[in-house]
Design a protein around this ligand. Sequence first.
Ligand code: FAD
Length: 478
Amino acid sequence: MLDQTRGKNTTIILGGGLAGLSAGYVLTNAGFGVKVFESDSSVGGLSKTIVKDGFRFDLGGHRFFTEDRGLNNFVKELMGKELIYVPRKSKIYMRNKYFDYPLKPLNAIFGLGISTTIEILLDYAAEKIKNLIRGPQNISLEDWVVSNFGRKMFNIYFREYSEKVWGIDCSMISAEWVARRIRGLSLASAVKNAFFKLNGKDVPSLVDVFLYPQLGIGRISDRLKEDIEAGSNSVLTDSRIERINHSDFKVESVVINKREQFVKENGIEFISSIPITKLVNMLDPSPPENILTAVSKLRFRDLVVVAVMINRKRVTDQTWIYIPEQKIPFGRLHEPTNWNEKMAPESKTILVAEFFSFRGDAVWSKSDEELTAIAVENLENMGFIKKHEVIGSNVVRVLNAYPLFEVGYEERCDEIYEYLGRFRNLHITGRSGMFRYYNMDHAIESGIKTAKKIIKKMQDTRCRIQDEEKMQAKNHVS
Ligand SMILES: Cc1cc2nc3c(=O)[nH]c(=O)nc-3n(C[C@H](O)[C@H](O)[C@H](O)COP(=O)(O)OP(=O)(O)OC[C@H]3O[C@@H](n4cnc5c(N)ncnc54)[C@H](O)[C@@H]3O)c2cc1C
């Protein structure tokens, strides 16, 4: 009898970002067959590092941080001496001034002058009293921030930045993502944090040091790929999944477009880390109408990254600079040489601007030259660089950068999860794969967990088959 658990290409993995590769790595190390298919020409997904003319940059600066010791060790063992510790130095650039990021209320308050400060505090007190009387009403991002910081703080610090990032009104963004992202960071707890770091422990968003691979975050994915391949499994780039054939809630094969050559690949287990919206629309036969409707209402925010190479050793001393004001078209800036000087040739540096966008909108549709000119002009107006210092640029358009958490998305997701959960051998994982606000640590963790679930399932199957064979042999003898 064929031992399916040992056969090659047992598990097909859709998407070669951190989640898909972590799953492939764990399955490979446990001795199982794996094939990873990635549509792009390189692995890494959102956590990749672009290399051009000796300059390196991530698609928005990526720090690795986790509170989970096991996950930390996983990355440390994988990366060995490549990892360095980088001090986090982030600022908000607003009204031509720098404010602390994450927001430290004392700096935020005193940076604005005494009368605005009094307004903020009175407003905060009024909000707290309202919460006591009627209880907090947290449906949207706006509700959540107002109830935790007061309306004045919301208007000054949160509204513009959030609307820039998400591209929709704050009243339409679900409270859930903001509550998770800056959980525990209310005005009161942040004030407390500004004065006392109890037991040296910070609230999650205020981490001072993070891990980073010397040559960019993309090295984590490169290392995972190397080890999968060293274990005689394969990671195939330029391989876009186009169709998922299934019958009776069991996936049978996927159809891959490899530079316009269509190949069918059979598998036993299937892990999907590609956007859930794509996955559902690729299923053949198609899912029921209510699932297609639910998935059509899930949207992603896209991103345009403009990297500007500069003939100067360093421009800032910051890891990230957040730019909420709408009059500046990008929302965040980072200087990779502040993460590690090896990210640029000697005596040169690079600034990377993140333009939040929707595919096909005015920003997305501009030419690379236009986008570079806009970035350079704004960097000059902000006092960072002079035009003549610019020696190159690179523009990268990133699809599906952020799941967009519009009010009501939880119910839509639950309906889709319930439907996909009926498939016996299809496992969804990762950030866009699950439509969750996952950071790298969560993406890696979800890939590992999925792989472990499959290993357990395969081992159980193997035991069952062995028991059945033993039983048959016994019956045959008797
Ligand atoms: C601007 C920005 C900054 C961030 N900063 C941080 C940070 O500082 N720290 C942190 O921890 N996290 C950060 N993150 C989050 C982090 O990037 C993600 O959590 C992580 O990369 C998600 O990995 P994933 O494998 O789940 O998804 P993805 O990286 O999206 O991987 C999915 C893969 O599937 C591929 N794919 C899609 N369609 C197909 C198809 N049809 N066929 C085959 N392949 C397909 C994609 O090309 C992609 O490679 C940031 C994200 C963004 C956008």
